[in-house]
Design a protein around this ligand. Structure first.
Ligand code: SF4
Ligand code: SF4
Length: 699
């Protein structure tokens, strides 16, 4: 990280502290980084690692409770930390700009989006009123905002979170800054929009020679866009390397752990369980004095607890902070163990009656009308959230349900659970008709049909101890007495790998990952035949996500329950599922065995999703297919094939007007498309291809 002529931003030994009571606790220690013109550096680490703190310090946005204790941040030869607020106002905009994690915190709720963009352009770019207003709309179009004129006229609360994020990206790019700080800028975006926005970043970085610090927890995004990566753990840089080198041979045990926590697209639980990282980041003020990672490191030796490792400069521009990096580099030691299958591949006993059948299930509901619509006697708009889904699930099977937001995945899950009554269609569960609402269902059905949501808080009463929460299903659904229930709770905690004394804790005393384990334990308490998990790992750090995925796979093997696993993340779904169902505006587009997911032919929508997933394997190249526009509104589902307005393989009138047929491929995939499967097979290439590593990053 030696400063060169090309260096634009140079951070030197930055130490940042936050106030806790009367104390100042170090959140980031001794952080150094150089970023050159046209260079994109990824800053990665789990929550609590200090990534966003570094980003805020560069911007001089640290609030009252945070302060820079030591160090310098040089931009264009000026130390930003020594500038007055007035001087900083001249730096923000043209020289330095940021896309924050939470767009709402940066948008003024009382000013229209277009006006806010135009104001930034007038102020920083010196544009006149009319030019700025026109440019604002162009910028919205550039970040793929559908109907940019309408969005420009909207107030921030009238547009979705993903749209607000795109507005912030447009605002940051519009001032053509030399240095751009991006703090998780694509977190709220669907994978297809994320892929398009990442393309846009790449294009602009190249065109404007922008320097970028890209803060993210998503290693696939780093692999796609960054030249270098710096890995932060508990406020300390532990490794810094060119992206391809780090992904090919991480030298720090924490970097290895992060990479091994994320399932690769195409990796399945039957091949190997995820390695993950046990434990969690120490809280501020509890950081160990030797190596900060020692309590979680499987390679720790006595020296690691006694002496802080130094920041070593290695050949090829790499840096690492580990006493044992040389042994790791030579391959003598590793945190990586030989692959161990977490679950045996599951035969599908098709002869058995299905556990769950969905037959043409629809969930439609009317929207409230505005006063103007009521006066004009317009009928209320109808939302077709789920529009004719048919599917069967076998005992013990895992089906992954994927699709972008607005595809109807969650509504379908809620209809099966009974939280959203279906409008039409039939469901059977254990060969018995499943009534539409929870209140009509028997205790036996409730017992055998359980669910886990994204937010574990929904399953945990903040005033009940974990023991009380877990005891309830045993007593109410299984008729256990108190003593039997207590024994069962202890066993359950053991199964989700939490110590028995957690029964006495309240939810607020648990971390996010621990709460999700409790939610899973509660769902498994009654030994259900079917568990529905809706984005159950999406909000978790990758190491915790890996532990939860392993846990789900293990419990399922042990208990042979079926799992409907809903996620926007195709790699995670592919890891866990036996079959995958792809949904789009309320309809199924494809149903496939996971084993053949990556083999063509694909439904054109699946093909686009697969090509948009950020992948972490530098040895693999990926087809480049990008979708135009957004998922259409469920109130205005396109005619014919609902995917036709965005389909890269659109055939013409037949797609726009006629419902496609279901076709079956030789591998047994079912595809809802007008293009004959043999023709699809000929025109589609495999979305992922193994190739030489050096091509992967440059390609
Ligand atoms: S210094 Fe020791 S504890 Fe720290 S990462 Fe290296 S081997 Fe692990
Ligand atoms: S039916 Fe037509 S629009 Fe729909 S996926 Fe197939 S080719 Fe595309």
């Amino acid at each position: 990280m030696s400063e060169s002529n090309n260096t634009l931003l140079s951070i030197r030994s930055l130490t940042i502290a936050y106030q806790h009571g009367n104390e100042w606790l170090e959140a980031v220690r001794d952080f150094s980084l150089d970023i050159g013109h046209g260079e994109t550096v990824g800053l990665v680490g789990e929550s609590g690692s200090g990534k966003s703190t570094v980003a805020l310090a560069i911007m001089r946005y640290l609030g009252q409770g945070g302060r820079v204790v030591a160090g310098e941040v040089w931009l264009n030869g000026r130390n930003l930390l020594a500038l007055s607020p007035t001087q900083m106002r001249h730096i923000w905009g043209r020289q330095l700009s940021m896309v924050p994690q939470d767009p709402l915190s940066s948008l003024n709720p009382s000013i229209r989006v277009g006006e806010q963009l135009a104001e930034a352009l007038r102020h920083h770019m010196g544009m006149g009123q009319t030019t700025a207003a026109q440019r604002a709309v162009e910028l919205l179009e550039m970040v793929r905002v559908p109907d940019p004129e309408r969005v420009a006229r909207s107030y921030p609360h009238q547009i979705s979170g993903g749209m607000q994020q795109r507005v912030m990206i447009a605002m940051a790019l519009g001032t053509e800054p030399q240095m751009l700080v991006l703090d998780e800028p694509t977190t709220n975006l669907d994978v297809t929009t994320q892929a398009a926005v990442l393309d846009l970043f790449r294009e602009l970085i190249q065109r404007q020679n922008t320097a970028v610090l890209y803060v993210t927890h998503n290693l696939g995004v780093v692999a796609r866009i960054c030249n270098r990566v710096t890995v932060l753990y508990a406020g300390e840089q532990v490794e810094d390397a060119p992206t391809a080198d780090l992904f090919r041979q991480p030298l720090h045990p924490y970097s290895q752990g992060l990479l091994d926590s994320v399932p690769q697209l195409g990796q399945h639980k039957s091949q190997a369980s995820l390695q993950g990282i046990s434990g969690h980041i120490p809280a501020l003020g509890e950081r160990p004095s030797g190596c900060v990672f020692a309590p979680r490191c499987t390679l720790a030796v006595d020296e690691c607890y006694e002496k802080r490792p130094s920041w070593e400069s290695l050949p090829n521009g790499r840096f690492v902070r580990c006493h044992r990096w040389a042994e790791i580099a030579s391959g003598d030691i590793s945190t990586r163990h030989p692959a161990q299958a977490s679950t045996p591949p599951k035969p599908q006993p098709q002869s058995q009656p299905p556990l769950l059948t969905l037959d043409n299930v629809q969930v439609h509901f009317g929207l409230g009308r505005s006063l103007a619509d009521t006066l004009a006697r317009k009928p209320p708009a109808k939302v077709r959230a789920v529009d004719g889904i048919s599917l069967t699930m076998q005992q013990g099977e895992t089906i992954g349900l994927v699709g972008e937001s607005g595809s109807g995945k969650t509504t379908l899950a809620r209809a099966i659970i009974g939280l959203e009554p279906r409008t039409n269609g039939q469901m059977t569960f254990c060969q018995i008709p499943l009534p539409p609402t929870l209140s009509e269902r028997t205790l036996e059905t409730l017992r055998h049909l359980q669910y886990v949501f994204q937010n574990p808080e929904e399953a945990l009463n903040p005033y009940l101890t974990i023991g009380e929460t877990l005891r309830r299903p045993f007593i109410t659904l299984l008729g256990y007495n108190r003593q039997q229930a207590d024994t069962a709770v202890r066993h359950l905690l053991q199964q989700v790998k939490l110590p028995p004394h957690y029964a006495d804790r309240l939810p607020h005393q648990l971390s996010g990952g621990e709460k999700q384990r409790i939610a899973i334990a509660r769902a498994f308490a009654t030994n259900p035949d079917l568990l529905i998990a809706d984005e159950a790992v999406s909000a978790l750090d990758v190491s915790v996500q890996a532990a939860i995925l392993n846990l789900l796979a293990e419990l399922q093997t042990e208990r042979q329950n079926a799992l409907l696993f809903i996620s926007h993340d195709l790699a995670v779904v592919g890891y866990l599922a036996d079959r995958i169902a792809v949904m789009y505006v309320g309809k199924l587009m494809e149903l496939t065995e996971t084993a053949v997911l990556l083999e063509p032919p694909y439904h054109p929508y699946t093909e686009a999703l697969l090509s948009a997933v950020p992948i972490t394997n530098p040895e693999v190249s990926q087809e480049h297919i990008r979708l135009e526009g957004d998922v259409p509104s469920q109130t205005n589902v396109p005619s014919g094939c609902p995917f036709h307005p965005r389909c890269p393989r659109y055939l013409g009138d037949i797609c726009a007007n006629q419902t496609p047929p279901w076709q079956t491929t030789r591998q047994g995939k079912q595809i809802f498309c007008h293009i004959p499967v043999d023709e699809l097979q000929q025109i589609q290439k495999p979305v992922l291809r193994e190739h030489h590593a050096s091509e992967a990053h440059n390609g």
